[in-house]
Design a protein around this ligand. Sequence first.
Ligand code: GTP
Ligand code: MG
Length: 313
Amino acid sequence: MAKSRFEYVRNFELADSLVPGCCIVVRVDGHKFTRFTKTHSFDKPNDSRGLQLMNEVQDTKYCFLSITCLVPAAAFSAVLIFFSFSADAVPEQCAKAVMLEWSDIVMAYGQSDEYSFLLPAWSDLYNRRASKLSSSFASLFASSYVFLWPKFFGDAPLQSAPAFDGRAIAYPTPAHVRDYFAWRQADCHINNLYNTAFWSIVKSGLSTQAREFACERPLLQALAGTSAAEKNELLFKRFGINYNNEPEMYRKGTVICRQGELALTRPNARNKKARARAEADARGDGTALATHHVDIIGEAFWAQRPALLRPDG
Ligand code: GTP
Ligand code: MG
């Protein structure tokens, strides 16, 4: 940047680097999505098009295997080269676009109109500057949402510009990181159970009928005071819905992880594993992503992926 007498104004920019040695979570959240989803007539309580636009990831390994079985060797090479280039050039979904752009991200979790991205303790991305991290992630997420909209919504036009806010938080211990993700998944569960019951009542036209158990208030009014068990019972008895059979993407949200230990290795450390990671990144292998709709509150998920919370990668 050229020097000028005006440059002193730069000193007003405050340092906002997050403390070193801690995992960072960047969460992006849809701005006024209650209004946005209404304007665009999203299905209630869950619109699979909107959720897939944000988070569904195709298993590229599976695609490679299918191609291997179907085409002769020469054609296969050409298709493979084309496929790997096109997959990287045009990410399929918003969260994947963010994970492909910043390979330090080791995991993401999304539900409703929000996505959380986990950066490991060793990450030095943008010198850990909170505003740079949150604004970059939110910006690419929002532009990807617009860019990929027609793929999921077909001819339905975008009638307003979607926006996402962003925040970056450093968590001092692995236990805090786990509690953060547990908090977001519990939020998903509580809201989705409530919304499933709410919209079942509204769609059935029974909103003004009294509940047959607990109290005489109209169904919809009484819903707010019910326990999870009561909501499950209401869904089953009134509407024949077994909540446990609802799609896992709705009940649990979506987790995206990089595949393999190598992808979680600090890329700039001077060791053999790190060099292998850098080479894999250069080939495009280090960015293979997998989608899961699983429990992240309990032990199992984290026990299977110890590298996610390891301080040194
Ligand atoms: P701010 O984030 O504060 O700007 O408000 P917001 O209106 O985005 O609300 P919030 O982030 O708390 O909640 C997200 C809202 O998005 C939900 O309350 C729903 O109204 C809406 N939403 C998210 N996903 C869906 C969906 O799949 N279908 C429908 N119909 N609405 C959805
Ligand atoms: Mg929102």
